[in-house]
Ligand binder design. Structure first.
Ligand code: NAD
Length: 310
């Protein structure tokens, strides 16, 4: 028996994600989108890639939720993406309607699934899915930190001309310009970054990481990044379905951890078969704490707007 994953939103991120899940033989995939026919066509195309790439996962597409029944994981990528000049927060109200609608339908058919959110503004959309699904907090998780830390790792590896595999990076906070790359806890094979890169260069890398999404939007002009975002969500889904218990930076609903309550914010978590199996509350220095509080306040502002709508 293969695991079953529903991917809602068959656009750039969703389609890349579905393809990646099949290529890695992680699960059978149902791709759902509102655009008539498109997910069905993309699903068939991916299914027919199987004999060439050598995977037996079943990929199908649908415009309704009946084929998604009893999915183990539902990944939500549906909604608008940024265009040049837009912040992630500009998507708030339009994507709120999408996430509310998608979550209602998805959880009706898969009441025991783990929800993985990708749609922006990420932390606020996690909050909507959590409210609407009424799932316990360990079954709603957001993808942002894996991507943000991958960007940080990429830039550090390039600066030092070392393998990206040797670079570990910690990024906390909301998925926005206020995200907190924690330089002190990031390293190259255990060697602290401060011993390898001078401060002004490190500051520039942190800045580029914070604006890593916007840098790509500026080049693409008509949308936002999708290869790395899809790969990041796949790493999370794989850790859940294979019960790998990877420790990854993810958006989790905090109930007092880090002094934050009632919000989704990026923190290190253990991801396994039960979803979020542990939230790591690490000791932060005062300046890091202040940056995390500022980031959480930015997420709170969006939630306050949504609360007035609900
Ligand atoms: N969390 C992250 O780090 C991260 C990274 C990249 C993108 N994103 C976000 O992911 C989302 C998707 O990005 P994309 O590049 O794939 O956009 P896209 O426009 O290529 O695809 C979005 C898809 O959602 C579909 N859709 C819209 N409303 C729907 C509904 N009600 N039900 C089902 N499908 C619906 C659209 O038809 C479209 O195919 C955006 O909000 C983007 O900002 C987040």
């Amino acid at each position: 028996m293969h695991n079953k994953v529903t991917v809602v939103g068959g656009g750039n991120v969703g389609a890349s994600l579905a393809m990646n899940l099949a290529m890695k033989e992680i699960a059978d995939v149902v791709l759902v989108d509102i655009v008539e026919g498109v997910p069905i066509g993309k699903g068939l195309d991916m299914l027919q890639t199987g004999p060439i790439e050598g995977y037996d996962c079943h990929v199908t597409g649908a415009n309704d939720y009946a084929p998604t029944a009893n999915s183990d994981v539902v990944v939500i990528t549906a909604g608008l993406a940024r265009k040049p000049g837009m912040s992630r927060d500009d998507l708030l109200l339009a994507n709120y309607e999408v996430i509310k609608n998608v979550t209602e339908q998805a959880v009706k058919h898969s009441p025991n699934a783990i929800l993985v959110l990708v749609t922006n503004p990420l932390d606020a959309m996690c909050w909507v899915a959590h409210q609407v699904s009424k799932f316990p907090r360990h079954r709603v998780v957001g993808m942002a930190g894996v991507l943000d830390s991958a960007r940080f790792r990429t830039f550090i590896a390039a600066e030092l001309n070392v393998s990206v595999e040797n670079v570990t990076a910690v990024v906390l906070g909301g998925h926005g310009d206020t995200m907190v790359p924690v330089v002190r806890l990031s390293s190259v094979s255990g060697i602290p970054l401060s011993e390898l890169i001078e401060k002004s260069k490190l500051d520039a890398i942190v800045d580029r990481t914070r604006n890593g999404g916007a840098e790509i939007v500026k080049h693409l002009k008509s949308g936002s990044a999708y290869y790395a975002p899809a790969a990041a969500a796949v790493e999370m889904v794989e850790s859940i379905l294979k019960d790998k218990k990877k420790v990854l930076p993810c958006a989790a609903y905090l109930e007092g951890e880090y002094g934050i309550r009632g919000l989704f914010v990026g923190v290190p978590v253990k991801l396994g078969a039960k979803g979020i199996e542990k939230i790591y509350e690490i000791h932060l220095h005062d300046d890091e704490k202040a940056m995390l509080q500022k980031s959480a306040a930015a997420v709170q502002e969006l939630i306050d707007v949504l609360k007035k709508k609900m």
